[in-house]
Write a protein that binds this ligand. Structure first.
Ligand code: C5P
Length: 228
């Protein structure tokens, strides 16, 4: 049902490669802004060279021309998925989708989970914002602009699913099994529940990275998520 994407939230490329040696079944990895700033395109090339699909999570939000050029750079690098902020406006989203080509799926970040309704209302100059409705609104804008999908919390899967046709990507972090430490994740769900609700990709970091046996943790979660 859903692919598991291993979030490489590790201090270096070397640490990432060592971890990957221990988790042979991984097919997708997420490279975020910290690792990308430290290691850059050579790390992405090395990951792709190992046969992995790379989700480049840089959450672009800029003028359309700049975002389109960044998307083209990611496409040329061989990245399979990348993020933009869905709040960047239709022109930016359309430019991103047009630059991506068929091999790179652009997904829109809806509302960052670090926001609550008050802080989001303050940041956007609005009186009160119901976050689930806001996520639904941004997902509809992202879909209309031609994005492949969105990133959302497990609790918002049902709200965004109608915006995308079958084949659309619903990318969900905050995945925890019942015994996993929550860490700073407040709105988590188990892998089977998230996949059943319609997630197509589960982004998982610490439950695998911090496990004594990361391969077993990965396989557990992938089994629960079901076949892709
Ligand atoms: O370690 P954990 O499984 O919580 O990692 C989840 C990954 O997903 C991290 O890389 C985190 O930055 C990312 N993420 C998230 N919540 C969001 C967006 C991204 O946890 N709303």
């Amino acid at each position: 049902m859903a692919e598991v994407i291993l979030a490489l939230d590790l201090p270096s490329g070397d640490a990432s490669m060592r971890l990957l040696e221990r988790v042979p079944d991984v097919r997708w990895v997420k490279v975020g802004s910290i690792l990308m700033t430290r290691e850059g395109p050579p790390l992405v090339r090395a990951l792709i060279g190992r046969g992995l699909r790379v989700f480049l999570d840089l959450k672009w939000h800029d003028i359309p021309n700049t975002v389109a050029s960044a998307v083209a750079a990611a496409r040329d690098l061989g990245v399979s998925m990348a993020t933009v902020h869905a709040s960047g406006g239709t022109a930016m989203l359309e430019a991103a989708a047009a630059a991506a080509g068929p091999e790179l799926g652009i997904v829109g970040v809806t509302v960052l989970t670090s926001f609550d309704s008050e802080s989001y209302a303050r940041a956007t100059g609005r009186d009160a914002v119901a976050l689930t409705a806001e996520v639904r609104r941004l997902a509809a804008i992202a879909a209309a602009a031609g994005l492949r999908g969105v990133v959302c919390s497990p609790h918002e899967i049902a709200a965004v699913r109608p915006a995308f046709p079958p084949g659309g990507w619903i990318v969900v972090p905050g995945i925890r099994r019942s015994g996993d430490a929550a860490g700073d994740q407040r709105r988590s769900a188990g892998p089977a529940d998230a996949a059943r609700a319609g997630a197509t990709h589960l982004v998982v970091g610490r439950p695998i990275l911090a496990a004594d046996d990361p391969a077993r943790a990965f396989d557990d979660i992938a089994d629960a998520a079901g076949p892709a």
